[in-house]
Design a protein around this ligand. Sequence first.
Ligand code: ATP
Length: 532
Amino acid sequence: MLGAMQEWTMRVTHVIDHAAREAGTREILTYWADGTETRTDWAGIRRDALKMAQALQRLGLKPGDKVASIAMNHARHLVSWFGVAGMGGVLHTVNPRLFEDQLEYIINHADDRVVIYDAMFQPIIDKMKDRWPKVEHYICFDSGEHTTSFEDWIGAEDGEFEWVEGDEREPCMICYTSGTTGNPKGVQYEHRSTILHAMAGLQPSALNCMTSSVYLPVVPMFHAASWGLPYAGAMAGMKFVFSQVNDPAVLDMLMKREGVTDSAGVPTVWLAHFQYCDANNLELPKLRAATIGGSAAPKFMIERLMKNGTRVQHAWGMTETSPIGTVGGPTHDWDQLSFEEQVAKTMMQGRPIFGVELRTVDLDDPTKVLPRDGKTSGALQIRGPWVVKRYFKAEEDAVTEDGWFNTGDVGMLHPDGTLQLTDRTKDVIKSGGEWISSVELENAAVGHPAVAEAACIGMFHPKWDERPVLFVVKKEGQDCDDKSILNFLSDKVAKWWLPDAVEFVDDIPHTATGKISKKDLRDRFADYKLEA
Ligand SMILES: Nc1ncnc2c1ncn2[C@@H]1O[C@H](COP(=O)(O)OP(=O)(O)OP(=O)(O)O)[C@@H](O)[C@H]1O
């Protein structure tokens, strides 16, 4: 027998309705690429989203149709998150840094009918237009010099529109993985999964979203739904500060002037911020918390932020998990820990937020579930209502028979639930039947004063199968040799982990999301040979 509560379909339109009703005047600021700024509020975002939904219908779009956005973070992009979902459509947030073949592939694969883009990406549109035969309309978020401008387009509507109703399991957004592991794969976020994920993000131990938050998400809206922040932020009714550019000078100015309390982004964002403040003799902004994820946050970054009074929330997730899986933050015993212990804990990837479950399985025998002992490393699996079950247009599910998604990450679970990632399955190095973490070697190497960046890959070795080779980019004006690096590593990793060779390179290839691309590094050094 069922209970007797009211019907409430979990559609994301509830989120914007709530924000406009309960926090209607809470501000949304945008700093635009041309240096101008505009301010709107949650009521304004809803008003424009209604107009946009109406305008999409006028173009002939039907529920289920897809609209691509190629855009940075700003209020109009935020409008499209709710406008597209509000007409029953699916917003496809595209990473503009993808390579041309990937851009061609994903827009065609998603069957996008409309592309809305920032003027700064006009060159991409000009280059790609002929390769996207299914796209019928182009709209520019900015000026519209070359095509219809967003403001003119929605400005022609009166906003007298009723959100399109539908099933809560219908998709409202599609994000593609960046394809470092093959062709990009589309992950469809449902209305329901999006709401559950955003509500989970409101847990105090998660994204730290509350009415008092003034949030500057540096994580782009095209990167795994900006970690769900636009939805969680609307639910909390917080103030957003957006910047269309990722210039540390602009971010620093906005953080200080607007009293930003929270920010979220990949580690490289803080790297650039540190460099900017150091070069200009400025103090770091005093944030309440910085959520860092997407790749491992290095120790020196965590230390520096914590010393500055900023709580570091080290998060792990992936496009396939909407993306939040785990978030770090003070544990019950936090106050009893020394600063060093707190840093060490923060370097791990945090604990699962309510709603998802993690387990690790043996790398060689995936049927064997490993103990949560903080010692045994294995392949990380996850399940939960905002974790992918099947990729868009795939013919088979992407989960194990018992319903777990294989993340491709390697790590261990501690008895208190903390996840400690050690590598990705395809990057972990197998030497003489034992595993070596390429990430741990890299993290240790970047602590060397002359090292700007380091990447470690396993190279074929006639005796050991694979041995680590470390590729290093030196800091400008600094010098060092392989002996100094190996010496530096010798008390930080096991002796048999020490790389067989250290190679100095001018640059290390990166993926479209700014992570080290080991695939490209391997391709670049395909002919590399290690001696027996
Ligand atoms: N806090 C973190 N520490 C270490 N690694 C992390 C962290 N957060 C995310 N990652 C890494 O990022 C991956 C997810 O990234 P994302 O979904 O953006 O895919 P991608 O790396 O860009 O592309 P692909 O899945 O195609 O390789 C995780 O599986 C993990 O390897």
